[in-house]
Structure formats: structure tokens, C-alpha cells
Design a protein around this ligand. Structure first.
Ligand SMILES: C[S@@+](CC[C@H](N)C(=O)[O-])C[C@H]1O[C@@H](n2cnc3c(N)ncnc32)[C@H](O)[C@@H]1O
Length: 324
């Protein structure tokens, strides 16, 4: 907090019943205005006014994306600590808040079901869909170049889909595991792995926000074309950082920020790519050191970026960074 005035502006912005509810909700992930309207049961202009006040005071972050805007608790800036402290002070037993949280769960369940249904439907044809946007061969070649010849004992491919990344990296790692939420995708991945004859890779069901993987156990994490389906990229990266060994590496491959709105309706994308600064911020908050070198494959209309970071702290230092 820079000075008393900043504190006062933040406190005034938070000092209202609905605005406290919004803070509590946005601390649990990114939400669009229409989702907040649904949860709070208030009109859109009213909710938008509250949001504007809180964004202006630095309590919330506004992420505009094509026709949508998402809001989440600020994770940098002067009022970050105030926002976090207020959320920590929220009473566990408050009936109104708990009602909001269960409505939030319903909104999330609908979102998750939509995504699961989508991946279930496309699982069989995914390997052709995935190369609609950009040349997958180029992406794979670039990934192999980035990985280089540093030895990798344990690889984790988050959102492995049909297991393609595992297959191409298998010859370069001692052991690889792919995690995915979709049973349909996992079924295709298992059959692909079986036919490849590769024995050092396997897949299992899991959620990227709560990986079924031990702390500090992985040398290399790859998150390829998954984050644009995420409604909480910060949490996904934080969870990836948890399972990385000190000096372990993460490579996030996804679209640069774009405005191809149709990818939402046709391919169920949640986010229209990411800016370098947003990914860098996710890395920083998760206790990772971002590489200054960002590789890319420029395409029309979509550019694919390769963001890299390494974990610096041991788990105890990481926890103290998050708490500070
Ligand atoms: C676009 S596909 C990419 C698959 C793969 N990485 C590839 O490059 O072909 C995104 C994958 O992320 C998975 N996914 C989405 N949300 C997830 C979550 N919360 N946890 C784990 N996997 C998830 C989907 O099931 C889907 O298989």
C-alpha cells in the first residue's frame, strides 16, 4: 500500500454489501459480467457499476477479450494486498456468501459440462482439428528445439488430449505422464499410445487445478493449447509450479491474444489467447522465473507463442512468496 489515500480508496470501493460478495466470488477465479449477474441476481448495469468502481480502486483486474470481459481479484498493483486481506476476513458461515458460492459452483458445472461434452464429441477427430489453426508439424519441431538435449527424467503433459505431445517427446524423456479431464480424449490417447508401442508414457484422469501428482516431482511440464480453455490460468500455472522440481521447467504453448471471436462459438474456447504480460504475471505469482526469450510461430490470423519459465524456490519458499 503506497499511502493512506490508496487504502482509503480501496476500502471505500469494497465497503458495500454486493461489492464484498463480488470480491469473494472473483477470488475463486475469473468471471464474466453475465456470470456475475446470474450469481448475484442483480441487473447488468448495476453489477457493471460495482465492477468499475472496484477495478478503478485496483481491487479487481479487468480482462477484456473480444466480446467478453472477465474479472478476477487483482494480483498486482497497490491494492492487491488489501483485496486478499478482505477476502481472508470473509466469514465462513455467512449464509449469503455460501449461497453465492453454490451458485458459482452451478455456473462452473455448466461451463465444465459444456467443455467436457465438446471434448467428448471431438475426441475421435481431434488430431485433425488440432492442426486447423497452425501447422502442427512446425509447432512440434519448435517444441523439440526448445527442449533441446537437456535430460528429462519426468515429463508431465497437462491437458494431454489425444496424447500427441507425449508421443513426440517420449524418445527424449525417461518417463512421461499425460493428465486430462475428458474420458473421451483419454480413451483416444490410450489407444494411440498402445499402437505406438511406446512404454515410457501413460495417461490418467485428472484436473489441471488439482493435479494427481506429488509436489516437486517433475522436471518438465508442457501445457499445449490448454490454457485457452481455462477460466483460471493463474491457478493452473500455480498448480503446475507445485509439481515442478526446483529448476524444473514449464513450457506453455498457446495463442497470442487475438480477436477471433468465432473460436468461442465453434471450438468452445474460453479465452482468446494470452498476452505476454499476462503469462509473465502468472509465472511470477506462481514463484517461477520467466525466460525472456519467447519463441513464436506467426500465422494468420493466429500466432502461436511458446512461453517458458523455471521454478526457483523450494516449496517452503514458494509458499512464503504466495503469502507475502
Ligand atoms: C485443445 S485440447 C489440447 C490437447 C493436447 N494438449 C494437444 O495439444 O493436442 C485441450 C485439452 O485440455 C483438456 N482440459 C480442459 N480443461 C481441463 C482441466 N481442467 N483439467 C485437465 N484437462 C483439461 C481437454 O479435455 C482437452 O483434452
Amino acid at each position: 500500500m503506497q499511502n493512506l489515500d490508496t487504502l482509503l480508496v480501496g476500502l471505500r470501493a469494497a465497503g458495500e454489501h454486493t461489492r464484498l460478495r463480488i470480491l469473494a466470488l472473483c477470488a475463486r477465479g475469473e468471471l464474466s459480467v453475465s456470470e456475475l449477474v446470474q450469481i448475484l441476481g442483480q441487473s447488468q448495469p448495476r453489477v457493471s457499476r460495482h465492477l468499475k468502481l472496484m477495478v478503478d480502486a485496483g481491487l479487481l483486474e479487468r480482462i477484456p477479450e473480444g466480446a467478453q470481459v472477465f474479472f478476477r481479484l487483482a494480483d498486482h498493483g497497490a491494492a492487491t494486498q488489501l483485496a486478499r486481506s478482505l477476502v481472508e476476513l470473509m466469514p465462513d458461515a455467512d449464509t449469503g456468501l455460501n449461497r453465492d458460492f453454490s451458485r458459482l459452483e452451478q455456473v462452473r458445472d455448466v461451463r465444465a459440462k459444456k467443455a467436457q461434452d465438446y471434448f467428448h464429441t471431438v475426441a475421435e477427430s481431434w488430431d485433425s482439428i488440432r492442426s486447423l489453426y497452425v501447422s502442427q508439424q512446425q509447432v512440434e519441431e519448435k517444441l523439440l528445439t526448445i527442449i533441446g538435449d537437456q535430460p528429462v527424467r519426468e515429463l508431465l503433459d497437462i491437458g494431454t488430449g489425444t496424447g500427441r505431445i507425449l508421443e513426440i517427446l517420449a524418445p527424449h524423456v525417461a518417463r512421461g505422464e499425460g493428465i486430462d479431464l475428458s474420458k473421451g480424449m483419454l480413451a483416444v490417447a490410450r489407444s494411440n499410445i498402445e499402437s505406438s508401442g511406446l512404454t515410457n508414457i501413460h495417461v490418467r484422469k485428472g484436473n489441471m487445478y488439482n493435479l494427481p501428482v506429488e509436489d516437486s516431482s517433475v522436471d518438465l511440464v508442457v501445457v499445449h493449447m490448454v490454457l485457452h480453455y481455462s477460466d483460471d490460468p493463474q491457478e493452473a500455472i500455480r498448480e503446475a509450479a507445485r509439481v515442478m522440481r526446483p529448476k524444473g521447467r514449464v513450457i506453455v504453448i498457446d495463442f497470442a491474444a487475438h480477436s477471433e471471436e468465432k473460436l468461442r462459438s465453434e471450438f468452445n474456447h474460453h479465452r482468446l489467447g494470452y498476452s505476454d504480460s499476462e503469462i509473465r504475471q502468472c509465472f511470477k505469482t506462481a514463484g517461477l522465473t520467466a525466460s525472456t526469450k519467447i519463441e513464436q510461430l506467426v500465422g494468420e490470423p493466429l500466432t502461436v507463442k511458446f512461453w517458458q519459465a523455471r521454478r526457483r524456490e523450494n516449496i517452503h519458499q514458494l509458499k512464503s512468496v504466495q503469502a507475502s
